[in-house]
Write a protein that binds this ligand. Structure first.
Ligand code: ATP
Ligand code: MG
Length: 231
């Protein structure tokens, strides 16, 4: 479970201050598939980065499974990310010099698994995303949709409790977007993993259990909780 209280984030751009988050309090239950939605510049990525411990808020508190993550030092944060969280980005963020299998094994190796075990775990999760025939390919030999599935496999290899995704379908066509959304839905349903995904595509809401809507750095109460797939 994620509990956020009074979260603010202000960026300093030279003399100008940009208040990207202006006091967000929200709760995400274990096993929810959440869509963070809102207009461009509303603070979606900023919120995701604070929740995913990729950035530190200006003020406010974030509890993840009861741990006050704002109190962790750098080393503890890194460890927390590695043990509990997974990430998928719009641009895939894969290592181009490595093969598909090596990319996916990386978080498992970093976690301290023996290399052979990490490769076995990578092969298994790649099979789940339908890429078992691409293990030894280099990343650039794959299509965009396939690369995003590799990055999802990488996010899942350590079986994180929470998967964060920032517009993972932004560079994909509708068919590949559906494949990605269905993968998230199946890990969410089958493994009970919490998925928190930023999107600005209205049709994605049919996959979400609940929407966290933001506008100008605040929760957009009118749109909050509107359930996509039940309406
Ligand atoms: N590193 C940064 N330095 C300064 N300002 C930033 C930084 N990151 C974001 N901002 C500003 O904070 C506000 C929120 O940005 P954010 O990236 O969270 O929006 P977003 O909702 O993800 O938008 P988009 O849909 O375009 O991705 C914007 O005004 C943006 O310009
Ligand atoms: Mg963004």
């Amino acid at each position: 479970m994620i509990e956020v209280t009074g979260l603010t984030k202000t960026y300093q751009l030279g003399l100008v201050k940009v208040a990207a988050l202006r006091g967000v309090s929200v709760r995400i239950e274990k096993g929810e598939f959440i869509g963070i939605m809102g207009p461009s510049g509303s603070g979606k990525s900023t919120l995701l980065h604070q929740l995913g411990l990729l950035d530190t808020p200006s003020t406010g508190q974030i509890l993840i499974n009861g741990t006050d993550v704002s109190r962790l030092d750098d080393e503890e944060r890194t460890r927390f990310r590695l043990m509990h969280l997974g990430y998928v980005f719009q641009d895939y963020a894969l290592v181009t010099e490595l093969t598909v299998k090596e990319n996916v094994a990386l978080p498992a190796i970093t976690q301290g698994k023996p290399v052979e075990d990490a490769y076995a775990a990578a092969a298994k999760v790649l099979e789940n995303v339908g890429l078992n025939r691409r293990l030894d390919h280099l990343v650039h030999e794959l299509s965009g949709g396939e690369q995003q599935r590799v990055s999802i496999a990488r996010a899942l290899v350590n079986k994180p409790e929470i998967v964060f995704a920032d517009e993972p379908c932004a560079n994909l066509d509708t068919e590949n977007s559906r494949t990605v959304l269905e993968l998230f839905r199946s890990v969410n349903r089958d493994l009970g993993q919490t998925v928190v995904m930023v999107s600005h595509e209205p049709w994605h809401t049919e996959y979400f259990d609940r929407i966290i809507a933001i506008r100008d750095g605040l929760l957009d109460e009118k749109r909050m909780g509107r359930e996509g797939h039940d309406n």
